[in-house]
Design a protein around this ligand. Sequence first.
Ligand code: BGC
Length: 947
Amino acid sequence: MKFSFLLILFGLQSFQSILADGLSPVNLRCEYKTNPVTDVLAPRLSWELTSAEKNQVQHAYQILVASSPEQLTAENADLWNSGQVNGRATAQVEYAGTELHSRQICYWKVRSWDKNGIAGPWSTVATWEMGLLSKKDWKGDWIGLDLDNLGKGTTYHFPPAPYLRNEINVRRGFKKARLYVTALGLYEFSINGKKVGDAFLTPGWTDYDKRVYYQVFDVTTQIKAGQNALGVQLSYGWYAGYLGYSLLVGNPVVRAFYGKVPVLKAQIVLEYENEPSEIYPTSDAWRVNYGALTESDLLNGETYDARKEWTGWNQTDFNDKNWKKAEVYPDKPERQMQVYPGPPVKITQTMAVKSFSQRANGSYIFDMGQNFAGVVRIKVKGNAGDSIRLRFGEKLHPDGRLMTENLRKARSTDTYILKGLPDGEIWEPKFTFHGFQYVEVSGLKTKPDNNTILGLVIGSDTPKVGSFETDNKMVNQLYSNIDWTQRANYIDIPTDCPQRDERIGWTGDAQVYAKSATFNRDVASFFTKWVVDLNDSQLEDGAYPVYAPSPKLRKSDTFSPGWMEAGIICPYQIYRAYGDTRMIRKGWQNMVLFMDFLEKRSKGTYVFKEGTFKDIDPKGGYGDWLSFGKKTPPDLLASFYFVYCSDLMAEMAKATANIPDEKRFTQMSQKIRKALLAHYSDAKGRFICDTTGYGNGQGYVDGALGFTGHTQTAYANAIYMNVIPGGDKIKTGNFLEQLIKQNGDKLGTGFLGAKPLLPALSASGHSDLAYKLFLSKEFPSWGFEVENGSTTIWERWDSFTKEDGFKYNAAMNSFSHYAFGAVCEWMFGNAAGIQATKPGFAEFNIRPEIAPDGMGENGLSQLKASFHTINGDIVSAWKKEGSKLSMQVTVPVNTTAMIYIPGTAQDNIQVDDKKLGASADIKVIGQEPGYVKIQVGSGSYGIVSEK
Ligand code: BGC
């Protein structure tokens, strides 16, 4: 007895030491960020777990939060000791300690107990800091300088950018210094001549009448005891500059949608030990002027006349006697001020010149080798007054000229006028960006070299989480194109394109691409920000708009089926990807209002009959934008989206324990399905429509082509959105297959049909056909763009062709438009087979679809996708070798995966060199056509399946 007890004890001890230290928490984050500043009162904490052992889960966790790192012990944690909390939660854990106050720093750590109940080590210490929790904490005034009447020109009105400065004298001995800063417009703040932080385009775009975000910077080392200079440059940005296509469409307002004068609000707070803090706010004591930045516009570019520089203006000892006193502007009491919740916009990469050449007119064209969004830094030498002009384009004309027609009214030109320094001058714009691969530089007096310009890629700093590699070059290029296009368009908000006079948050583009985005980059906080913009811009009748934020760029811009549903779909995708239910709770009222709007629109019939949306412009909305052939009736698509949104609402209500709404939307879905199928489908299950409802089609997008329910887009969406009760996907999938075959094995789908097309084929037993479309290089296809030299996803499959060049210029021809990049969802979800079955990938499937044989070099015989989830890395790789298929799968700690191993005979499968069934940790669940199903816990698995 004694002996066995000892053995158990000994056994346990050695077991523990084998496990190293059990579960180790890493990557501690708060509100999706590392050591952030937040003003969320109950911020959400998350961590990931590592373990040397397979099949590990967290049995319990404990969080400590304290006012100092020294107090981080169970006894002394003064803010929160969660105690031992049972369960697997490692994300979305809400702080539940004592109430937090403005500017407070919270230190925290966490430990986890593993499945055997063994406590792992404490994590390293992480922090978060609270922002200013009440508007009353703001002591700074809104200050600026009205320069509007200095704008000249007829088409464009560009006033110079204001400069603001002040000096503060600081007592020594401060322990902590923070800068709280925002602007209506854009700002760049410097202390003693040095820019604070590395963010761009701050404070971001919002509905400025409702809210403005601010940034918080730790400036403890930038402020010194004694005299300090504060210098700020302001620009017009989204607040006061040109926006979207308003100029193009002849809108009465083309700029200054929110206000004419950009203004700044800031304060520096110094904290001393045992002494009251000091606050240095913006006030009329600041001095203002204008100078070298003579034009500054987000869409149109900047002009900088270095001869007009105020040397030393943002340093101490500058004589600002001739500068004016800052003008103070009133606040809007209803405007909220909050900490910027998204990832900051930054320079995320620099790009060296690939090649350059001179044109006959003396200008040079630089090729950056990649289409991206950003600016360039120039290094030039010349005489005072020499003017260097930079124009940007995504493509060149066949004769080598820069192609700028597709920019439409966006001037996208930066100009630098030299001051004539003998050693040369370096400059880059601050408050603009362009979408480009080529830069035309004119006015150079000396021969340039590769270092004359440097590309600065800008974008919201969303961490890369995905990778996708295969042995097919086209597919690899396509994946690169998708990620580059996402980077070029996730700039504070999800835009349609980064180059022409739009760059707005088109909701349709955003909703079709949202899920794809989650596979490439961590977009949780990015959408946390934008979903607020969506809710802020909800229309009075409850519809979500066609773009958000949503100043009226054209009188007729309201809502559209396929676009407005972003208000439901985006929060849903964030919930599925990250397990985020707070976004659902926060936006619930808005979402319900939208569903009420849809319900009302259906006039109690629960289906949108032909012509229901004829009152909007274009009639019926944008529909299956850029599709081919007869149009899918927009009202049929609207009805699909109606049932889809209602289903998502029921699921989200359930996820937030909202039983009455879960019931309401479950019942609503039933009503819609019934009404939709009764109205729009025939006895054979084909989609039909009463074309008389569309008259001669006038006023509808491509209405002259006629309408039919029997389209690829209709069946693809019906399958994707589970429209047919009982899930009769096979029959519906057969219609889809037939239509594709009749079309010569080619897709005909537009923005709303392209995303569900391949997933719907896969879901209905036509994986081979999905692959055929995916790997095609013929028009229209993803591969066709790659064949034609794309480095990004284009707005149209044939935006440029080697044969015909540009067919659509000056109209709509963006070379950086992510909507068709939504195929990414199928690449990760089907080709690699990574599908979440529980929110946040706590449980997921690996169900790869293997590419068909016999496609030669156009085929695909191996693939590796990896994806860092909120729980850790998922990897799904497969490789065909003759009759053998090998797979590599990685499952993060604290998650479980159902692996679908292609094959039919269990006996022919080995996992980690062992026959199936030999390991107790690997549960054989059973078979389904073409697959053997096993369930595994965390760890990496090598699987071989023999045909
Ligand atoms: C944009 C699209 C957008 C559309 C509305 C276009 O000009 O670039 O991506 O969704 O208008 O159909």
